[in-house]
Design a binder for this molecule. Structure first.
Ligand SMILES: Nc1ncnc2c1ncn2[C@@H]1O[C@H](COP(=O)(O)OP(=O)(O)OP(=O)(O)O)[C@@H](O)[C@H]1O
Length: 277
């Protein structure tokens, strides 16, 4: 079911971003429904991170953004966060000296000196229940008191996702959350994303790991040079010659798209080139 039919949680309409002479996002229209995992893919420099920056208010854009039907494109990043949208960053390192729970607590601390002093003098604590819930959601309840270095890379990535989930998040925008994971870790990571979405949270997933993206997403949008060149179900996208061409460069598209007898995506050129950066 399309998010539009279900009443989209996040909607972008005609979103455009210019950096000097570069049109990094060109009239992008995209929606994500509650409980839906939507992939945003495209070659390097296609404009994926720019889109997340624009939706979350970290870069200037034109066009409309709505959350739950409320227009938010005039809002500051902080105010957009208050509508229940949260993002991860491409370089989403955790604080090595802090425990997992403390890494999550940082995300719910009020910013600014005033708040810091208020916390010191009133002894107010971050909403631990919310942190527990976020860790439960990613299957890491036992890791709360451990340090990131004690966790496998896949678990560290999930801590990054959990950090975006604390504080009443309804919609997460994940920028290459699975970078560096091996096949096994990536599959586990995908299962956790499914669990998160099953709670009703909308997920926008950017990743170069095509196995993960094609496997876990309900729908995909493909960007090339800032424009949406294709949108649809994973099986449509992986066979779309425009998409294969955008990823591989037309000269390289020699292999026929040859889907397994069971419909598996193993033979798609997209997967063969899948994790290329
Ligand atoms: N702050 C900026 N100033 C100027 N140009 C920028 C800026 N950020 C991105 N760009 C340009 O905008 C275009 C889109 O970049 P963006 O990082 O959004 O692509 P991407 O699809 O996320 O790439 P990748 O897969 O490599 O992360 C590129 O041409 C990039 O050089």
């Amino acid at each position: 079911m399309s998010a539009e039919a279900a009443g989209a949680l996040l909607q972008a309409r005609g979103l455009s971003v210019r950096y000097g002479g570069v049109v990094a996002n060109d009239d992008i229209t995209l929606d994500v429904g509650a409980g839906e995992i939507v992939g945003l893919i495209g070659p390097n420099g296609a404009g994926k991170t720019t889109f997340v920056d624009a939706v979350t208010g970290f870069t200037k854009s034109t066009g409309e953004v709505t959350m739950g039907g409320v227009r938010i494109d005039g809002y500051s990043p902080h105010r957009r966060r208050g509508t229940g949208m949260a993002r991860t960053w491409q370089a989403g390192e955790l604080f090595a000296d802090l425990t997992v729970a403390e890494n999550l607590a940082v995300a719910v601390q009020k910013p600014g000196l005033k708040a810091l002093f208020a916390d010191i003098f009133t002894g107010s604590k971050p909403p631990v229940k919310t942190i527990d819930e976020a860790l439960t959601m990613v299957g890491l309840t036992d890791a709360a008191d451990r340090h990131p270095s004690e966790l496998a890379l896949g678990q560290q990535k999930l801590v990054g996702v959990a950090r975006a989930l604390v504080g009443g998040t309804k919609m997460v925008l994940l920028d290459e959350p699975a970078a560096g994971l091996d096949t096994h870790e990536s599959r586990d990571f995908g299962n956790e994303l499914r669990r998160i979405a099953a709670t009703g949270i909308g997920v926008l997933l950017i990743d170069h790991d095509m196995s993960l993206v094609l496997d876990v997403c309900h729908r995909l949008y493909v960007l090339d040079f800032g424009k949406v060149i294709a949108a649809g179900a994973p099986q449509e996208i992986r066979d779309d010659p425009r998409v294969v061409s955008a990823y591989l460069g037309s000269a390289e598209v020699e292999a026929e798209v040859d889907i397994d007898a069971d419909g598996g995506p193993a033979a798609s050129p997209l997967l063969q080139k899948g994790t290329a950066q």
